[in-house]
Design a protein around this ligand. Sequence first.
Ligand SMILES: C[S@@+](CC[C@H](N)C(=O)[O-])C[C@H]1O[C@@H](n2cnc3c(N)ncnc32)[C@H](O)[C@@H]1O
Length: 343
Amino acid sequence: MRQVSVALVPDSRASELIPVMKGKGMVDLSARITSENGFKHVPIVAGREDEAVAMGLEISSGPAYSEESRPPLERILAHITGVPSELLELLPDKWEIAGDVVTLKMDPALSPYSEEIGRVYAEVLDAASVYADVSGVSGEFREPDMRLLYGKGGESVKLENGIRYCFDVTKVMFASGNLAERKRMKDLDCKGETVVDMFAGIGYFTLPLAKFSGARMVFACEKNPNSYAFLVRNLGLNEIGNVIPILGDNRDIPGRRFADRILMGYVQTTSEFVSKAMEMAKPGCIVHYHDTFEVGTQASRVKEIFDEHCGDGKYQVLEIREVKSFAPSVSHYVADIRVFPSD
Ligand SMILES: C[S@@+](CC[C@H](N)C(=O)[O-])C[C@H]1O[C@@H](n2cnc3c(N)ncnc32)[C@H](O)[C@@H]1O
């Protein structure tokens, strides 16, 4: 392993001296700072050893442990110099990656240091653009609120389970917590089925289901023109021919008793759309009903909703599974329900 000069900085003075050394460009950032016997061993750029000595530090030599083998957050912390030490613990320790775009939630106290934070996260995570996710998604269209910290922004492409999702994080949501459900849509056996996705978005569920499940035809309805535009692009990008995209409100989809399967990938007001689903469903149709419920109440709440909109005895709950946690003691669930609507 390559050897480097290291300055021995007592642990008690590390938070004071290391930022100064980094600020002066003396620290070799390609190698890792290590700890031993009460000292930080700080790799020094070749030829800058005298400056460390002038700071009263002893110089030794040691192996240049590769930066790449360190967890990203450690590397981020090692590269940040301008954030006061008392705020370092507020730095985001998780983030979402979509292609070459990173999104992260940032504490407002870090706002004055946004520029450096964006640049360092981009360098360490190898991203072209970094956004702060300001307030999650909101409204009927589930629109995001993102602030660009670094880079030019724009569209990104996320590859997941054999599907390429193209989208712009400033215009449409992408829920990473729904990964298992997107995978489940890919693994369903829908041979010969006519499927309706009532809340298609950019094709989160439509794309894996249409491409891999054997469905004959998927009608994918989306009301938000931005999401719809990405849905249409994603159908082309993934060479999917068995989807008819529909721009508009799913309550205006024409036709009765034609669907073998209906996806209702929307939460919180989903129950308002069950009667429309019942109109489109063939007897025996499977509905994948998403909603948020207080943990433990999901079975009784699903029964209440389907008793009201489908009729007692006109449906059978096959399975209810948790998709992700939504809020303290509230989860997002999906219920698979076989329905037998009658005219
Ligand atoms: C939550 S997003 C899709 C989420 C995706 N199923 C997932 O869980 O990752 C729901 C989409 O439904 C669309 N939407 C809301 N109401 C609608 C309606 N009445 N008809 C069609 N689309 C609708 C929104 O614009 C949004 O893109």
